[in-house]
Structure formats: C-alpha cells, structure tokens
Design a protein around this ligand. Structure first.
Ligand SMILES: Cc1cc2nc3c(=O)[nH]c(=O)nc-3n(C[C@H](O)[C@H](O)[C@H](O)COP(=O)(O)OP(=O)(O)OC[C@H]3O[C@@H](n4cnc5c(N)ncnc54)[C@H](O)[C@@H]3O)c2cc1C
Length: 404
C-alpha cells in the first residue's frame, strides 16, 4: 500500500469533490436495479481511468498511488450510491491485496492493473468437499514436474468461478508434513486445460457458485504465490482479508441499510406503527450501527498498514447475526411475500433475494461457530480446543477420502 499518512484539509476536500464528480457521472442511486456484469466492468474501467479503482495501490501496478486516507474518502462517497462492483468483492477485497502483499514484482506487473480495472475477475479456491471449516485438511495435490506444477483434485462452493479469468488456489505440496505445513498457494488460469467448472443452483434460482475439478492441470512454476509450503500462512491472511471484505462491505460510514430496507417494507405493509415491529427495527438499527463501528475499526487497522487481524471475525459475525434477525423481521412484516415473488416480474425479487441469500452469511467466509472459536482463542485469549492431529504427518490422518 502507499503511505498511510493523514492528508491535509485541502487535499481531503479536493479529493472528495473528485470522487463526488465521478460518482455523479458514473454511479446509480440506491433502489435502482442491480447493475449487470457489463455495467460493473464498465464502472471499474472508468474508475481505474480516473485513478479511483485501487486508490491506495501503487500507480506502477495500475492503482491510484494514493493513501488509505484517500481510500476511506472514496468508500464514503461511493457508499452513498448503489453498489456498482459487487461481483468484484473477491477480486478486489481478497485477491488484489494478496498479490500486492505476497506477489513477486513480475506477478504484480502482470496481474494487478487488470484486476484493478475489472479487466479480469478472480476467484478464491480453498474449500473442498472434505475441507471447509478445517481447510488445512484439503486434499487437492500439486506436484512439481520440471517447470510446471501438476494440479489434481476438487474444490467446491467457488463463488463466480464461471465468470473468473484467474483464481487463487491452495493445494497440498508435501503430504509428509503436518497438515498446516505442507500447503502452497498458486495463481491459476481458470481456462487452463483440465479445469472443469460445474454450476451449483441456489435457493433464489441464481448460480453464483460452483464445483471446480482439476485433472492434471499444468501451472507454470512461477505461478506459486508466496513461498513453497507457506500456503497456510497465506491462506490465513486471505481469510482475514475476506472477513474484513464481507464484514466491512459497504460505505465505510455509519449506516443502517437493512433497517432502511425493512422500515420501507413496514411502511408499505402498514406495520410501521406496530410496537413489536418497531422494537425489532430498533434492534436491527443498533446492531447495524455497532457493526459499522467495528468495520471502521478494522479498516483503521488496515489504514495503519496492518494485515487485518482476528477482529475481522467480529464484523463478520455481526453481519450474520443481523441477517438472521432480518429474516425474522421480514417474515413478521411481509409474510410469504418476503421470500416469494412473481417469476414473470423480471425486475422483481430484489428484497426477497436478500432474505433468501441471508442464510449463506452464516456459512460463507467461515461459519459463525468458527468465528466464535477465533474470537475466543485469539481475541479473548481463552484456551484453544484440543487438536488430535497435532504433529501427525498429513498422509497419516483420516480426513476426506484418505483412510490414514
Ligand atoms: C455463499 C457461499 C460462498 C462461498 N464461496 C466460497 C469461495 O468462493 N471459495 C471457497 O473456497 N469457499 C467458499 N465457500 C465455502 C465456505 O467457506 C464453507 O462452506 C465454510 O467454510 C464451511 O465449510 P463446510 O461447508 O465444509 O462446512 P463444515 O466445515 O463441514 O461445517 C459443518 C458444521 O460444523 C460446524 N463446525 C465445523 N468445525 C467446527 C469447530 N471446530 N467448532 C465448532 N463447530 C464446527 C460448522 O460451524 C458447521 O455448522 C462459500 C460458501 C457459501 C455458503
């Protein structure tokens, strides 16, 4: 990242105006339909052209070459408009900072500018059928053969794999070592021969994530990201970025989007004066306010140049608690209309999709139970859970299809 100093009042005002001018020209108001993939890509291309995509990343790698203080202003301004680049949360919130932090100079030169401008989309391939919460038990294997790694195995729940140009994948490179030690991270071309992507259908009719199969996929040797067998350290860093990206998504301001959505629904359904509904709405209001403050603290840590710490789990957990509460209140207010809509109404279903997709917030990016474990172990300093696999080489463990 560029330097993290605070900026002068004049700089702040000028930069804010630059952001406002850009968003007035390229943004959409809240409440308009979701921008499609082409619109999102066009938005990012224009933002990159204006130096507003990837604000704190070095200009030589396609960024704005500014500070995290500028980034904060950009987020604040952008947050007043409809989210224009939601499909790029993984690309920008997770893959981009990983390349910036761990990539070689050549990898940065080759990939960062295209991620920033949305020219390429990236996905994250960690989870496997037998390794989700316990991702260190993953079984996909990468073996070095001359100048190439040969990758075999399977990933699952890979968000947007079907639209992605590249992915960051973790695979086992040394099964003789204990499970956390023998992993490495790679940059994978999603169109490489041997990569097969199969869609998974979701409750709202969408197809946002996938199974991904690898059959003798050849990865150039220099596509290793970070050090050989340092995959766990990098995976942990990427998960921290993920929790901040999910838990801190949005404007960077103190705001209450779910409260606003539900209050509007309550007005439309004649429930706004119901004291029980009002009480529940206020609970959501205060939870969202707290979540926004936690997100601000996490971002301030990043602004100070720190890799996100376990505090990101707090924001993520808060987000899923809000989602649970939102479902309850939405049902109270609108009954079946909160989850069903006329399939012929092409523009319809936005609110209902949010309710249906809210289930995933307790699972994606690490389940609620795992966030609680992290908060217990690493924030509150409580004793860790006993681990029966400590010191045992991965090849001797009974995990997934491996008999041990
Ligand atoms: C919408 C969505 C998008 C996703 N996108 C991606 C993606 O892009 N890339 C990717 O790699 N993955 C992705 N995932 C996968 C996600 O990371 C995993 O689903 C998640 O980590 C849980 O793993 P699992 O499904 O294997 O469940 P399991 O790990 O099998 O967990 C099952 C249950 O056991 C509980 N549990 C497990 N271990 C413990 C423990 N130690 N203590 C207490 N309880 C425990 C869990 O909390 C859960 O309730 C996505 C998932 C969703 C829902």
């Amino acid at each position: 990242m560029s330097d993290t100093d605070t900026i002068s009042e004049q700089d702040t005002a000028e930069f804010r105006q630059r952001c406002v001018d850009f968003m007035d020209a390229h943004g959409q108001a809240h409440g308009e339909g979701l921008p499609d993939s082409e619109e999102q890509q066009a938005f990012l291309a224009a933002a990159a052209e204006a130096g507003l995509a990837g604000v704190p990343y070095p200009a030589e790698f396609g960024g704005g070459g500014l500070t995290m203080a500028h980034e904060k202003i950009w987020r604040e301004v952008k947050g007043k408009y409809r989210m224009m680049d939601s499909e790029y949360i993984i690309s920008h919130g997770m893959c981009l900072p990983m390349l910036n932090e761990y990539g070689t100079a050549e990898q940065k030169r080759r990939y960062m500018a295209d991620i920033i401008s949305g020219t390429t989309m990236w996905c994250q391939m960690f989870s496997e059928p037998g390794a989700g919460s316990d991702v260190a038990s993953l079984q996909s294997r990468a073996e070095l053969d001359g100048d190439e790694w040969i990758l075999n195995g399977q990933k699952v729940w890979t968000t947007l794999a079907h639209k992605s140009d590249y992915g960051i994948v973790v695979a086992r490179t040394d099964p003789e070592l204990v499970k956390h030690a023998g992993l490495s991270m790679f940059i994978l071309d999603m169109r490489a021969p041997g990569v097969e992507i199969r869609p998974i259908h979701q409750i709202d009719g969408g197809r946002h994530f996938n199974e991904v199969f690898f059959s003798d996929v050849r990865i150039p040797k220099d596509h290793l990201l970070g050090e050989y067998n340092a995959g766990w350290k990098l995976a942990t860093a990427m998960l921290m970025y993920e929790r901040v990206a999910i838990g801190g998504a949005g404007s960077g301001q103190i705001n209450q989007p779910t409260f606003k959505l539900l209050a509007k629904a309550a007005r439309e359904n004649g429930k706004i004066d119901d004291p029980v509904v009002r009480d529940q709405l206020m609970q959501i209001y205060s939870m969202e306010t707290t979540k926004a403050m936690v997100a601000q603290r996490n971002r301030a840590e990043q602004q100070a140049g720190k890799t996100p710490g376990p505090g990101g789990s707090l924001g993520k957990l808060f987000g899923s608690n809000i989602a649970w509460k939102m479902r309850e209140v939405a049902l109270e207010i609108a009954g079946p209309d909160s989850v069903a809509w006329d399939p012929h109404d092409v523009a319809g279903g936005e609110r209902q999709r949010i309710v249906l997709n809210s289930f995933s917030s307790s699972i994606a990016g690490g389940t609620d139970e795992i966030q609680r474990n992290i908060i217990g172990d690493r924030v509150l300093g409580l004793p860790r859970e006993p681990s029966v696999d400590k010191g045992v080489p991965f090849k001797d463990l009974k995990v997934g299809t491996q008999t041990g």
